[in-house]
Write a protein that binds this ligand. Structure first.
Ligand code: THG
Length: 268
């Protein structure tokens, strides 16, 4: 499974401060730590200041690229900010995200097609996030109709079924898993991702819930996730789940991680 490192996110207080103060050391450290921990992409979210978002994104991108070569996942719903940010990246980025919302599709899909980006497609439209699996699958199918028409290959799409907190809907975990399973069967080339920690929002001892959900979602077809790559317990749970699912040939990743000391009970 590929990890999208979540830590450079301006909705987190400490990161918001680092962005406001142009504290490059703090951002560089987050980038290096996540890259060393094996993140395949680093999510970059400048926070929610529309007037500053493009400038803040450019500063983040340049600061990160000065220390790591890991590709970036540009996390913004703002087409204008994304258009500017795409010009600042060294490697073709992943775009986070499009949805069934017509304005977002019209603004972002042409950028994705022009630059050959991978893109996260949320299972929601302008109205809302559908409550049922059938509703989410229908939104995904409509979005895939548009991405195909724009010439974006299915293999560049990462469908995010949207994990909503189980605290307000006890079925949330199964709705996300069944959405993945259904889309996976109909569109074998499509990838999947999920913002892992949403599932446990508002509940205690969240890490157990996150790990149980991740394991079940992996079995349904999940092949990437937005999470904290520095969480070693979570990393161990992922390795074990992939091993049991038959996705770790000769148990190589698991045994290598063991030998590297990954399973020793040290804190990150
Ligand atoms: N889907 C997609 N993109 C997303 C989300 C999604 N982007 C944003 C978010 N959801 C995923 N990213 C984060 C980033 C940080 C946290 C949660 C989700 C977070 N961090 C904790 C904190 O800030 O205190 C703890 C982590 C830490 O200790 O470092 O909560 O669903 N497509």
């Amino acid at each position: 499974m590929k990890i999208i490192g979540e830590k450079i996110n301006g909705t987190r207080k400490r990161v918001a401060r680092a962005i406001a103060e142009r504290d490059a050391d703090f951002i560089r450290n987050l980038a290096q730590k996540q890259a060393e921990a094996g993140a395949a992409w680093l999510d970059v979210n400048a926070g929610t200041h529309p007037s500053r978002e493009a400038d803040d994104l450019i500063w983040l991108i340049e600061t990160i690229q000065a220390v790591v070569a890991t590709p970036l996942c540009l996390d913004s719903a703002n087409p204008a900010a994304l258009a500017v940010a795409i010009k600042a990246v060294n490697k073709t980025p992943m775009i986070n995200s499009i949805s069934g919302e017509p304005e977002r599709l019209a603004g972002i899909l042409p950028l994705v097609a022009e630059h050959g980006c991978q893109v996260i497609a949320l299972a929601m439209d302008a109205k809302k996030i559908p409550e049922t699996v059938d509703g989410r699958v229908a939104v995904v199918e409509a979005v895939l109709g548009q991405t195909r028409r724009a010439g974006v290959p299915d293999s560049h799409i990462y469908v995010d079924p949207l994990a909503m907190t189980i605290g307000t809907n006890i079925q949330s975990g199964m709705i996300a898993c069944d959405t993945i399973r259904t889309v996976h069967r109909a569109y074998p080339e499509i990838h999947f991702t999920v913002g892992l920690s949403n599932i446990s929002f508002g509940l205690p001892a969240r890490s157990y819930i996150n790990r149980a959900f991740l394991t079940l979602a992996l079995a349904a077809g999940l092949d990437s996730a937005i999470l904290d790559p520095l969480d070693r317990e979570l990393g161990a749970a992922i390795l074990a789940a992939e091993l049991v699912l038959g996705r770790d040939r000769h148990c190589l990743n698991y045994t290598r991680a063991y030998r590297a000391g990954m399973f020793e009970s040290t804190q990150t």
